[in-house]
Design a protein around this ligand. Structure first.
Ligand code: GSH
Length: 213
């Protein structure tokens, strides 16, 4: 594609992976974007050219016209703020901004480490030292949020927080890392009706085929 016609947004992506959350986010955003597909199996994420954009050697990474952002929740937060037309983030002084940010970052800060503690059968660190609570508490907080969703975490307003929390719940239930509680199933079933999520799932299936060989 000639340089002048290239979209501003580029996602360094691997499928299936946590990067799929940001692919869904881009689909919700409705802006043109391109994908640079990495094969984790082939170790593309550890090649010098990729380490230059993300020294952690992890996907995803977003390049927005030269602004580089990594970390799933940071990318979703960035996109929602940088492209406000899509209405995926409450404004800074909106009352919903606080809970929005909390849910956006609850997944990497609390859900991931607590679920990993349990999945790896490792004793959780002492409560007062760890930045997350024990697995049961973390899951109960999520369950209560899903039970209150109407139909989204912030009520009628769909936001980037639903992209992050919803993706995490779907993925964790699929891999049996959290129980299929009726509250989680009802909430994620609502999200599955989003055409943007359906587009992400279809694209990821095709990308996974391309890089599985
Ligand atoms: N904290 C990172 C985690 C990203 C991550 O763990 N990505 C995995 C795929 S799910 C990865 O790139 N793994 C490849 C590797 O570690 O070599 C984020 O939120 O973006």
């Amino acid at each position: 594609m000639p340089e002048a016609q290239k979209p501003r947004l580029k996602l360094y992506h691997a499928s299936p992976s946590r990067s799929s959350v940001t692919l869904w986010m881009l689909e919700e955003l409705g802006e043109p974007f391109e994908i640079e597909l990495l094969s984790l199996k082939n170790g593309d994420q550890r090649k010098p050219e990729y380490l230059a954009v993300n020294p952690m050697g992890k996907v995803p990474t977003l390049d927005d016209g030269g602004t580089i952002v990594s970390e799933v929740s940071a990318i979703c937060c960035y996109l929602a703020d940088a492209y406000p037309k899509a209405g995926l983030a409450p404004a800074v002084h909106d009352k919903l901004r606080g809970p929005y940010l909390k849910w956006l970052f609850y997944v990497p800060s609390c859900v991931e480490p607590a679920v990993l503690d349990k999945a790896m059968n490792r004793p959780p660190p002492p409560r007062s030292t760890a930045g997350w609570a024990d697995y049961d508490t973390v899951i109960e907080v999520l369950r209560a949020a899903a039970a209150k969703s109407a139909p989204y975490l912030l009520g009628e307003r769909f936001t980037a927080a639903d992209v992050v929390v919803g993706s995490s719940l779907r993925w964790l239930m699929q891999f049996k890392l959290i129980p299929e509680l009726p509250e989680f199933v009802a909430y994620t079933d609502t999200l599955k009706k989003h055409p943007a999520l359906q587009r992400q799932l279809a694209k990821d299936e095709a990308y996974a085929r391309q890089t599985s060989g």
